[in-house]
Ligand binder design. Structure first.
Ligand SMILES: [Zn+2]
Length: 192
C-alpha cells in the first residue's frame, strides 16, 4: 500500500492508496480548498479517486474544509467517539473565517477499536482507535502494513496530568494495534 502526503502549509494530509480509491486522512484550514486542489494535482492524486476522508480531530487545521471535500463527493468517516461531538465542534469552529459546518448527514460512523467495522467500511485491514491526549475527540487510524496516522498526538512527556495519562494509554493502544511507523499531522514520519 502506498501513501502520499498531499499536505500544504504546515499540515500533513495523507492519501492512502487502497486499491479501490484513496483514503484521505486530514484536510487543512477553512478557506484553503483552492490550495488543497493544487496540492492534489501536484501529487497526482485525482479528487475523483478519493473515496473516504477521516479527520483525526475537530481542530481547524485538520477538518477545516471537510464539508467542502464532502460536497466534492468524498464520504466522511467518523469514529463513534467523534460523531456525538460534531455539533459542538461546528459551533466552536464557526469563528474561523470561511468555515463550512460539517453536515451530520451522509457520514459513515465506525466504532473505535473494531477491526471488522473498519475493514467493512474501508476495504483495508486496520482499525480506528480513540486516542485522546491532544484532545478528547482525537482518533488515530492504524493501517496494517503501513503504520499509524495519529493527528496531533504527541509523546506523553509533552503533556501534564490527566492528558499525559491519556496520551500514554493512547500510544499503548497504537502499539498494541501493530503500528511501528507513525505518520504525524505535523513534521516528519517516525518509528516507534
Ligand atoms: Zn490539534
Amino acid at each position: 500500500m502506498n501513501v502520499v502526503n498531499v499536505g500544504y502549509r504546515s499540515v500533513n494530509c495523507y492519501a492512502v492508496e487502497t486499491g479501490a480509491g484513496y483514503l484521505l486522512i486530514d484536510v487543512g484550514m477553512p478557506g484553503t480548498y483552492g490550495e488543497f486542489s493544487v496540492a492534489l494535482r501536484s501529487k497526482s492524486v485525482p479528487l475523483a479517486e478519493i473515496r473516504l476522508l477521516v479527520v483525526t480531530h475537530f481542530h481547524p487545521d485538520h477538518c477545516g474544509i471537510a464539508q467542502k471535500v464532502k460536497e466534492a463527493g468524498v464520504v466522511l468517516l467518523l469514529g463513534d467517539v467523534q460523531a456525538p461531538r460534531l455539533a459542538e465542534a461546528n459551533r466552536w469552529l464557526a469563528k474561523f473565517p470561511g468555515y463550512a459546518p460539517i453536515s451530520p448527514d451522509g457520514n459513515v460512523i465506525v466504532p473505535a477499536g473494531s477491526r471488522a467495522a473498519w475493514k467493512s467500511a474501508t476495504g483495508v485491514g486496520g482499525v480506528l482507535l480513540h486516542t485522546p491526549g491532544h484532545s478528547d475527540d482525537s482518533v488515530s487510524v492504524v493501517v496494517d502494513g503501513l503504520g499509524a496516522f495519529v493527528g496531533d498526538l504527541r509523546p506523553p512527556e509533552a503533556y501534564a496530568g490527566e492528558a499525559a495519562r491519556s496520551a500514554a494509554e493512547s500510544w499503548e493502544k497504537i502499539g498494541a494495534a501493530g503500528a511501528r511507523t507513525v505518520y504525524p499531522a505535523h513534521g516528519p514520519v517516525f518509528g516507534i
